[in-house]
Design a protein around this ligand. Sequence first.
Ligand code: HEC
Length: 137
Amino acid sequence: MTGRTAPCDARSRRFSREWATRALVALALAAALALAGCGGSDATEAELERLELAFENADVTLGSEVFGDSCSVCHGSDGSGGVGAALGGVDERLTVRDHLAVVWTGRGSMPPFSGILTDAEIAAVVAYQRSTFGDEQ
Ligand code: HEC
């Protein structure tokens, strides 16, 4: 009897260890995904639609202030660039949606502004950049 049950017990212990390992791996993956979701991930469709709606009523004067406070340090107050990209002709390179998305999620060494600026401020600064630097090439 014992000769038959002992291997079974050993096998079930091995199974439960494997199961525990898998559960830990799954937990670690879930945690990694949750962390990735907190910053640097792509804007969701809902977020982009919200920003596009805000863009329809964008306040360019507010945008000018936001640019001076949050962007000019890298992009230059005249948009000629520096640490950040030169912004001349930005409206030719980026659609409104892509422009909003860059500011929301950041790109390369540019930080994301989601959670730092409000939707209205992001929409405003995008409108400001497109109208102020848009005609240059
Ligand atoms: C810490 C520096 C830094 C700050 C602050 C910063 N940017 Fe940037 N930005 C960058 C860099 C660097 C790039 C180029 C990213 C890349 O493509 O690698 C960039 C790219 C961009 C682009 C894309 C330009 C193009 O032609 O594709 C836009 C638009 C932009 N930034 C807007 C903004 C706005 C709006 C703000 C302020 C709310 C801002 N940035 C603040 C560094 C910065």
